[in-house]
Design a protein around this ligand. Structure first.
Ligand SMILES: N[C@@H](CCC(=O)N[C@@H](CS)C(=O)NCC(=O)O)C(=O)O
Length: 207
């Protein structure tokens, strides 16, 4: 039995998509975020101590961390390499790189930008000017430049081929879907037309 512990509006959607692409039957257990704090319910901590989604159970295996879940599912169920380059092939480490890039390099500055906007939105009005000044300082010192650098890099990559690893959809594209879809609200994608085309392409293939 394969079970996906799924939190609403979360990274779990990528695992559900991958499981479907692999043609695996699975059961979903739904958890709801607290509407005020947006945190996961404590019941998710009884599945894994960190209580963060996604969590996958597959027979005796229980795994958290999207990249690890991807690697596990692809190693075990994509033995013909339909959705990822197999070990020993030229593109294998390129696949490993992008698989980890999504959570390891791309998510942190996007998350910082999101948190900064929430802080500015939520602080009492009399300290708002300070919150705005701090937010602008962090944007200028790190986030703005880092986001520009990462998006230019991805845009160039997607100028070579429509998908990250070539002309066909791979597991890397599914892994990249979450940060890139989330970025639409906080990054001006008009500057990155190849990323916009990629988002259109994955919207088509995932629906
Ligand atoms: N890098 C981890 C991040 C896990 C994570 O932060 N998940 C979020 C959902 S997108 C979560 O469970 N948040 C609930 C909370 O923080 O309480 C992964 O890719 O699995």
């Amino acid at each position: 039995m394969t079970i996906l512990h799924d939190l609403n509006n979360s990274r779990s959607q990528r695992v559900a998509w991958l499981l479907k692409e692999l043609g695996l039957e699975f059961e979903t257990k739904d958890y709801k975020r607290d509407p005020k704090t947006m945190r996961a319910p404590d019941s998710l901590k009884s599945v894994h101590p960190l209580g963060l989604a996604p969590i996958l159970e597959d027979g005796q295996v229980k795994l958290a961390e999207t990249g690890a879940i991807f690697q596990y599912l692809l190693d075990k169920y994509d033995v013909e390499g339909k959705l990822h380059p197999l070990p020993g092939t030229e593109k294998y480490y390129d696949y490993i790189y992008w698989l980890h890039f999504s959570e390891g390099t791309l998510m942190p500055p996007l998350l910082i930008r999101l948190l900064l906007s929430k802080v500015v939105e939520k602080v009492p009005v009399f300290i708002k000017p300070f919150a705005i000044a701090i937010s602008k300082g962090i944007e200028a010192a790190y986030v703005g430049d880092q986001i520009k650098r990462l998006f230019t890099f991805m845009n160039e990559r997607l100028g070579e081929n429509p998908y990250f690893l070539g002309s066909e959809l791979s597991a890397v594209d599914i892994m990249m879907s979450f940060p890139l879809e989330a970025s639409q609200e906080r990054v001006n994608l008009e500057l990155y037309p190849n990323i916009k085309s990629f988002l259109k392409a994955i919207e088509k293939v995932s629906s």
